[in-house]
Design a binder for this molecule. Structure first.
Ligand SMILES: N[C@H](CCC[C@H](N)C(=O)O)C(=O)O
Length: 260
């Protein structure tokens, strides 16, 4: 079958996107895995289907590069909004449905996409590390002393992701360094089973953990290997957060057809 696909990236987190509003396509795990393969396929951290859903501008279906359907993808959601615009769905505020519920999003004048993330209630502490869910499960580990640039994110991330606690369900592992203005985040991503250049739900989780303003509005600037993002949110309690917005670029790279 010949498939038309579009390639998008959000701060280096890259995705294959397929317009499936006519609901004509269903892909096996093996097919998604192959499409995401960087040598035998198109190459991507994940694959998304743009679907139709009554009462929403569109539906987001997300697969990790391992081919398995996954939880929410923040950078993917932002790229899918840009793709929806590209496909002629033009809205002041987008309202779509994803695996973790409804999301709002806007495309700003600077072409950044602002994506509203699900509310967060509760952060579990493990010594100085934090565990929370921002639509996907995240482990946040502070790294001090300007060591993050040379940190072995792959080995250290894999060790936590596959330890006895997380081996079964998996977890995304974020290493965070505080900067004079904001934070620097590097992420080992579940389902990619490697470091990605950025992880939207991971950047969001890290920003919540490093909130400076203990009650009320926060904006955290986030540096990732793939570029600059920002997370805005209201801290409403010890570990409760509302009006969480993941803000950053999301760009079309190329389109093509592939036989699968
Ligand atoms: N790999 C993640 C999903 C994608 C998250 C990431 N790409 C993002 O931008 O949020 C997981 O399995 O939980």
């Amino acid at each position: 079958m010949e498939l038309q696909f579009y390639k998008y990236q959000g701060t280096g987190n890259d995705f294959v996107i397929i317009d499936n509003r006519d609901n004509a396509i269903s892909l096996t795990t093996e097919q998604v895995h192959k499409l995401c393969d960087r040598r035998f396929g198109i190459g991507a951290d994940g694959l998304m289907l743009l679907g139709s859903k009554e009462g929403y501008d569109f539906e987001m279906v997300y697969y990790n590069a391992d081919g398995r359907e996954s939880s929410m993808c923040g950078n993917g959601g932002r790229c899918l909004v840009k793709f929806a615009y590209h496909m002629g769905i033009h809205k002041g505020k987008y309202h779509f449905i994803a695996t973790d519920g409804p999301h709002d999003a806007t495309i700003e004048d600077n072409q950044w996409v602002h994506l509203k993330m699900k509310d967060v209630d509760g952060i579990k502490q493990h010594f100085s590390d934090s565990i929370l869910n921002t639509g996907s499960p995240h482990y946040v580990k502070p790294v001090g002393g300007h060591k993050l640039d040379h940190f072995n994110v792959f080995a250290e991330g894999k060790a936590i992701r596959y330890n006895d606690t997380y081996a079964k369900e998996g977890i995304n592992v974020n290493f965070v360094e505080e900067l004079p203005k904001g934070i620097f985040v590097r992420t080992y991503e579940r389902g990619v089973e490697d470091e990605t250049l950025s992880c939207g739900t991971g950047v969001t989780a890290s920003a919540l953990v490093f909130a400076h303003n203990d009650n009320g509005f926060n904006r955290v600037e986030v540096k990732t290997l793939g570029g600059h993002l920002a997370v805005e949110f209201d801290k409403t309690g010890e570990d409760t957060f509302r009006n969480i917005w993941l803000c950053g670029p999301a760009e079309f790279v190329f389109k093509g057809t592939i036989n699968i």
